[in-house]
Design a protein around this ligand. Structure first.
Ligand code: ARG
Length: 611
């Protein structure tokens, strides 16, 4: 358990006993809510942790908060962890300071234990993370970055916390985009181009036919070939839908073409995943669930959950005036929602998850609201966020990636930015930054080494920039900002690891020996203690990340760690120190290095050997 977790347990007991004494019956939700009010102190001058539940409890007890705070302190048994607890402060804050000897022994354990002081959760859950899930057959673009990067980081973090994670790439591999490619393939493919580069040719067909089908005058004006096709095929839009429908009905020609195209589409996205260092346990796309869709609709009809409405079948949620969630159109076609219902059923049956996270753009919020409401109405065992025994369904929503002009990120020509080109540019710019730093510091790196570092720094920068944002807000994509060597960036963090770990090489020091000797840690300077305290908050930071599915809490904390380290390192000698001081400082450096490395790994960011 984290230090904060231990304190919270102690407060739980104290609150219960104060409530019992005052004859207050607290309900099941009240106690955890009060316990959660033990948090990191807003300012270190107040201590390490602050507890503010006295105000809540005072309302229930109808007594002055300070008296209630004093009563909690009297009942609070933390002497083995904290220094003597002083009088309540202000309206009833209880401030706590961890004992130095406790910090020292936790630090030694964290450094030697291989898990940087993070204990696994007591009750591991099975958690499905549905992320990335692009619609294949269109080139991946900047919009796919967020789901891929946030989903991957959450999966890594939850796994590290000890949960049983199952990652699943729910590909859109069955939609209209295939209708477009099929339509284009039959009318305007370039066999030689397909032979030479199948991915590029399929991409070209997709982009071309989309323009023809949409028939927007300004797009056609800029593309003579599309304009010519649009003039010859005014019904293209409808024909594309018909191609899609034929595929769904099992038309042999379209199914054979789909089977031929799929490996090409998969190879394309696989390449991007490899560059990003992202993997999945399963890649079960929408097509996988097709055989189950009719059954879902029948089941919902049979149990009176879905109803017919003007030829279509839908589930009415919250009364007849609210729009139903359609599961079958009047023409018999199934919908996105039908597939998602089938997917929930399949996952429940095969994986028995406690939780399913859907890492998907906020613009799909309504879809997920309706989906979760339907799943709950259908009795698929859906639970609310705070438990209740069923599967918890969570839409981990995120905002849009904006350009520096504050509008959705586009190329100068107005196209969405391809993911590949974006990664290339990130790496190219990182190469310049790395080369400049190499010249400035006179490190004398080979071309090959600079290229290798640039790949880690460039990709890392793009990931970190995304992960360090509050995921629910839109964020502005800026290569200049994300590649800064100072500030809350991947490059800064990667450099911090290199700097910390460089000490051991420089001093010819065996890190294993430092960990073995960590028993002798003693703090003589407040900056040592402040760094130790920061480092020991890894576990509670990950608890917070999980509670709200927010990786930016991890980047924020890592940045704080790097800051506390700089303050420590800039002021205090390490290699030149002696005796217990030297041992303490080396132990702090060692754990800082481990923590930063582990933290970046949990974000899916590679750390180059040197920078
Ligand atoms: N393919 C969808 C899209 O690109 C995202 C799928 C998300 N996952 C899900 N189970 N609906 O919009």
């Amino acid at each position: 358990m984290s230090l904060r977790g231990e304190l919270q347990e102690r407060f739980r007991a104290a609150i219960r006993s104060v409530a019992a004494e005052g004859g207050i019956a607290l309900d099941d939700a009240e106690v955890p809510a009060m316990v959660a009010l033990v948090r990191e102190a807003a300012d270190a001058k107040f201590g390490d942790y602050s507890a503010t539940m006295a105000m809540q409890l005072a309302k229930r007890a109808k007594k002055p908060p300070r008296d209630v705070a004093a009563a909690i302190i009297r009942r609070l048994d933390v002497s083995d962890l904290c220094e003597a607890v002083g009088e309540p402060v202000g309206p009833g804050f209880i401030n706590l300071r961890i004992r130095d000897d406790v910090l020292a022994s936790k630090l030694a354990l964290a450094a030697a234990g291989g898990r940087v002081g993070v204990e696994p959760v007591a009750n591991p859950e099975t958690i499905v993370i549905d992320f990335s899930s692009p619609n294949v057959a269109k080139p991946m673009h900047v919009g796919h970055i967020r789901s891929t990067v946030i989903g991957d980081a959450l999966a890594r973090i939850l796994k590290f916390r000890g949960h049983n994670t199952i990652t699943d790439n729910h590909l859109g591999d069955w939609g209209t985009q295939f209708g477009m490619i099929l339509w284009g393939w039959k009318r305007c493919r370039d066999d030689a181009a397909f032979e030479a580069d199948p991915t590029a040719e399929l991409g070209r067909l997709y982009r071309l036919v989309r323009k023809v089908a949409d028939a927007k005058p300004e797009e056609l004006a800029a593309d003579p070939l599309a304009a010519k096709l649009a003039a010859a095929h005014p019904d293209c839009g409808r024909e594309v839908l018909a191609e899609t429908a034929r595929l769904h009905e099992g038309d042999p020609e379209n199914v054979a073409l789909w089977k031929r195209f799929m490996p090409i589409c998969l190879a394309e996205i696989e390449r991007v995943y490899r560059r990003l260092g992202v993997t999945f346990d399963h890649v079960l796309g929408e097509s996988f669930y097709q055989p189950l869709l009719a059954g879902v609709v029948e089941d919902l009809l049979a149990r009176g959950i879905a109803e017919e409405s003007r030829g279509a079948i839908g589930v009415f949620l919250g009364g007849p005036d609210k729009p139903p969630m359609l599961v079958r159109k009047a023409d018999g076609a199934f919908l996105y929602a039908t597939t998602d219902l089938a997917t929930i059923r399949w996952r429940l049956e095969h994986w028995k998850p406690d939780r399913i996270l859907y890492v998907v753009d906020h613009r799909q919020s309504q879809h997920f609201d309706q989906l979760f409401a339907t799943a709950s109405k259908a009795g698929y065992g859906v639970a609310a966020r705070d438990g209740g025994g069923g599967v918890e369904l969570v839409h981990v929503a995120f905002g849009t990636v904006l350009g520096e002009d504050g509008r959705p990120f586009k190329t100068r020509a107005g196209d969405t930015v391809g993911l590949d080109a974006l990664l290339d540019e990130g790496v190219a710019r990182a190469y310049e930054v790395v080369t400049a730093a190499d010249v400035e510091r006179g490190t004398g790196m080979s071309e090959e080494e600079r290229r290798r570092i640039a790949e880690a720094v460039g990709i890392g920068a793009i990931k970190y920039a995304d992960l360090s944002q509050n995921r629910t807000t839109d964020y502005v994509f800026s290569f200049d900002k994300m590649l800064e060597l100072k500030g809350n960036t991947a490059a800064y963090m990667q450099y911090a690891v290199a700097r910390v770990e460089g000490i051991f090489a420089k001093g010819g020091i065996d890190r294993a020996a430092v960990r073995r000797d960590a028993g002798g840690i003693a703090f003589t300077d407040p900056r040592e203690r402040a760094l130790a305290m920061k480092l020991l908050r890894f576990g509670e930071t990950l608890e917070d990340v999980e509670a709200d599915d927010r990786p930016n809490l991890l980047t924020g904390w890592l940045f704080d760690v790097a800051g506390a380290y700089s303050t420590f390192y800039d002021a205090l000698p390490v290699l030149k120190a002696e005796g217990a001081e030297r041992a303490t400082r080396l132990a702090l450096c060692d754990l800082t290095g481990q923590v930063l490395r582990q933290g970046l790994e949990l974000l899916g960011i590679r750390v180059p050997e040197r920078m």
